[in-house]
Write a protein that binds this ligand. Structure first.
Ligand code: ZN
Length: 201
């Protein structure tokens, strides 16, 4: 079988390196792009360039942002003493969509998952501890997913905080969230109940 030219092969390799895209899908997408007009196809390249040059992590909470600190951290109406810890920026967006939370966030950029080789040092826990050292935080809400790894991550952080900052209250989102589910897919009402019904850990 003849090989594709190097540039087509390169495109397929790049596509196949994306999560959830196997060799077959990569081939299909590559040929789709080849069929498109240059203007159409370049929209994808432009979108990638845009996010990589304009979007970064907030230096305070690790939310994705175009300005640093992000608008949530910079907001004078947000309660800076109330910090909700979530796994990913998409969890933050889900909680924000309720419109009911007026604190700030801390995005871990992952969870502790020993089987996936994801350890505490891979997360932004060190930066969270620094925020607590400032003395301005009075409550940390553990908003990690109600999964085995999410619960384990919450417990790990709760222990750290209890040891070093006993004056900081640690709460967990209420159990309206079905066990094993993901915050990003929960509906607004359930999330709103989970925030208002949070319980002390
Ligand atoms: Zn921020």
């Amino acid at each position: 079988m003849a090989n594709y030219t190097q540039s087509i092969q390169n495109l397929m390799n790049q596509l196949a390196s994306l999560p959830g895209i196997g060799a077959r899908s990569a081939e299909r997408i590559a040929f789709h792009l080849l069929k498109q007009s240059p203007e159409e196809a370049m929209k994808l390249a432009d979108a990638i360039r845009d996010v990589k040059t304009r979007i970064r992590y907030c230096s305070v909470c690790f939310n994705l942002t175009e300005q640093d600190p992000c608008i949530i951290c910079a907001s004078p109406t947000r309660e800076q003493g109330l910090v909700c810890v979530v796994e990913q920026p998409k969890d933050l967006l889900a909680l924000e969509s309720t419109g009911l939370y007026n604190g700030v966030y801390h995005v871990l950029l992952g969870r502790i998952a020993p089987l996936e080789e994801s350890h505490p040092d891979d997360l932004t826990i060190g930066a969270l501890i620094k925020r607590l050292e400032s003395g301005q935080v009075r409550e940390v809400i553990m908003g990690t997913n109600p999964t085995v790894d999410g619960d384990g991550t919450a417990l790990y952080i709760q222990n750290l905080i209890a040891e070093r900052f006993p004056q900081v209250q640690v709460t967990r989102l209420a159990r309206g969230l079905p066990a094993g589910s993901n915050i990003e897919y929960a509906n607004k009402n359930i999330l709103a109940d989970a925030i208002s019904g949070r319980q002390k850990m």
